[in-house]
Design a protein around this ligand. Sequence first.
Ligand SMILES: CC(C)(COP(=O)(O)OP(=O)(O)OC[C@H]1O[C@@H](n2cnc3c(N)ncnc32)[C@H](O)[C@@H]1OP(=O)(O)O)[C@@H](O)C(=O)NCCC(=O)NCCS
Length: 401
Amino acid sequence: MSDYVVRVLEEDEKHAAQTVFRGSLHHPPSTDEEWEHAADGYPARRSFGAFRSGRIVGSAQSFGSAMVVPGGKVLPLAAVSRVGVRADHTRRGVLTELMSAQLRQLRELDEPLAALHATESVIYGRFGYGVATRGRTVEAESTRGRTLPPMPSSGEIRLLEPDEMMTVLPGLYERIGLRRPGMMARPESWWRMVVQRRLSLKEHLTVAVHSGPDGDDGFVAYQTSVTPPSEDRTLTVQDLHGTSLGVVLDLWRFLLGVDLVRSVSAWLRPLDEPVELIVPNRGECRTTALGEETWLRLVDVPAALAARSYGDADPVVVEVHDRFLPENAGSYRVGPEGVERTDARADLELPVDALAMLYLGDVSASVLATTGRLTAHDPDALLRADRLFTTGAPPWSGTFF
Ligand SMILES: CC(C)(COP(=O)(O)OP(=O)(O)OC[C@H]1O[C@@H](n2cnc3c(N)ncnc32)[C@H](O)[C@@H]1OP(=O)(O)O)[C@@H](O)C(=O)NCCC(=O)NCCS
């Protein structure tokens, strides 16, 4: 029997849970003022603690959101975060117990998807999470007075006053909509934790809004910094969304022209955002990192498979293995007409973490087979699966939590 008790946190245990989480990331405990804003990150009934001899040594929580999947359906999503175990209790199965309790709870809550951002790639595959969206860090030189190549402009840009940010941004994000597979809804608490917190703690945050013929249709939030001894100022994009690529690139053009800035840096941008094509020379825009963005967990495999759309190909029978949620295990016939459980012989076989990589269209079945993450019993079925699961553009979330 385990020495640890894992259970939902009481209200008065949450600050201690946050101290454990922050400590696991080598951060000091929050001040009372910081905790006021961080408390939103521990929703009632969804925040778990692991206790040893009555003392909290591990934490994991989730908040309710929603994610759009290929074809446009929006599914309930658990956004998992605040995962940490005290350094003197790691590698004893504490996270395993927290993850098991949380996955069980998400099944009960009928949330077919869970997602998180991982500090290290070794942690979550064993719990059935797979990398489902990726992003790139883009660094582009500012124009510093030079003219950018012409581009059709789609509107105008204005800066928000700080007291406008919380009234304008949540509605604007909703208006922009979940435009590509992997994007997620942002509950009010997300805005309070990310924007209101920065404003209250007097962090300098600038927000520019783009307006087109139909009104506000995009925004960028950014901060700038200087790293001594250099006096060069870098502008770092925190959040950038628009209703179309034209709007997004208009916002990039604005950023590239902000005065007293040498370079613009943006992390976890979509892989297909063509910033290179709007700077004077392609070499002035570089991808400095490319990596995992969303780790996705199909908590309810049949519901998740049935919710997305599929390309035009004959069905394939996919056998899924799931150690943590055995009710997901089994074979599914997947085709453009729908998805059903079947006893038929499997064409393809894969663990649930690899299914997450395939699900939003980030990686093809063929690539998963070649890299040993999927077993193809029928090579022809592999080609059909490529056509069924393919999507038009790389999936992307664009929301950090
Ligand atoms: C990541 C973390 C939560 C793991 O907690 P834990 O209680 O040690 O995890 P478990 O003991 O349940 O580990 C389960 C398995 O994962 C492996 N594992 C877990 N975290 C690992 C890590 N960071 N590096 C290597 N292996 C890891 C364990 O070795 C174990 O493997 P096994 O089943 O083959 O024995 C903990 O190390 C931690 O708090 N790290 C710092 C904060 C952090 O990165 N949090 C994650 C935020 S996304």
